[in-house]
Design a protein around this ligand. Structure first.
Ligand SMILES: [Zn+2]
Length: 274
């Protein structure tokens, strides 16, 4: 399975004190050369994952493997939070459960700062799991519809945006947003690869540089897809397997497979592409 290197764009730090070490060992076994640790601040809906402080400790302990995506709470934090996270060594930003739709203009100074500082943003999209401990947080899934990324991407063309879960269940919005915006990418983490068929995904991700209707930068649809696990370290292998199944069933060329596994993520993260 580890024929080309893999970058995991979407991983959360578990609560166990030695989680980062266990994750590092799993990455070694699976051929994962970089893993993005996506923070969710305590008290912000999902309390069982590592927040900014825990993620910072982990990526400073494993600097060759782990990168940090710091949580900016939309509706609470301002653009200075983006600068603070940059100064602390975070590579990118995480957004989830915004107080208003993602494309609300009151959030634009945050995206503008991210663009200025070259920090990609990973946006949770679509439905979110229900957690007892987060009952005090207002959750409106329609604020996290993928089409909201379109206005952000057009306004801030140098801000790189990664949408999680291909927008589950709003897949068509996600695919068209990816097609029209060279700065928008998606991962396929979550339940999608378990309940949607390879054929369904192939129909959504249909365009390439030769089709009558393509994308403005001539990219292939699968070049907009990155690998993200979004499970605990011991389940990453299962998600990788699901990605392989869907890529094989859609007869992806080797260069597109490596784009999904590594190349596109490396470009987003500014890493040397091998
Ligand atoms: Zn996640």
């Amino acid at each position: 399975m580890s024929d080309t290197p893999i970058i995991d764009m979407h991983h959360h730090l578990g609560k166990e004190p030695d989680y980062a070490d266990r994750l590092a060992a799993a990455c070694e076994r699976l051929g994962i050369i970089r893993v993005c640790l996506v923070a969710i601040e305590p008290g912000c809906y999902l309390g069982s994952f590592g927040g900014n402080d825990a993620v910072e400790r982990a990526f400073k302990q494993h600097p060759d493997l782990m990168l940090g995506f710091g949580h900016v709470r939309l509706g609470i934090d301002g653009p200075q939070k983006v600068s603070e996270l940059k100064d602390r060594g975070f590579t990118g930003l995480k957004f989830i459960v915004p107080a208003r739709p993602y494309d609300d203009e009151s959030f634009f100074p945050i995206y503008e700062r991210a663009e200025e500082l070259g920090m990609p943003g990973l946006f949770h999209l679509g439905i979110v799991a229900r957690q007892e401990e987060g009952h005090h947080v207002r959750v409106r899934c329609h604020y996290m519809r993928p089409v909201h990324l379109d206005a952000i991407a057009r306004t801030f063309p140098r801000f790189t945006i990664i949408g999680a879960h291909l927008g589950n269940p709003w897949y068509e919005e996600a695919a068209m947003t990816a097609r029209w915006n060279p700065n928008v990418f998606f991962d396929l983490s979550g339940s999608t690869l378990k309940y949607r068929t390879p054929q369904f995904l192939g129909e959504l991700l249909w365009w390439d540089s030769t089709t009558r209707y393509g994308s403005p930068d001539g990219s292939h649809a699968w070049e907009k897809i990155v690998f993200g696990s979004d499970v605990e370290y011991y389940e990453i292998k299962d998600v990788l397997h699901d990605y392989e199944v869907v890529m094989k069933a859609n007869h992806l060329r080797p260069d597109l497979r490596s784009a999904v596994r590594y190349r596109t993520a490396a470009r987003i993260l500014g890493l040397q592409v091998g």
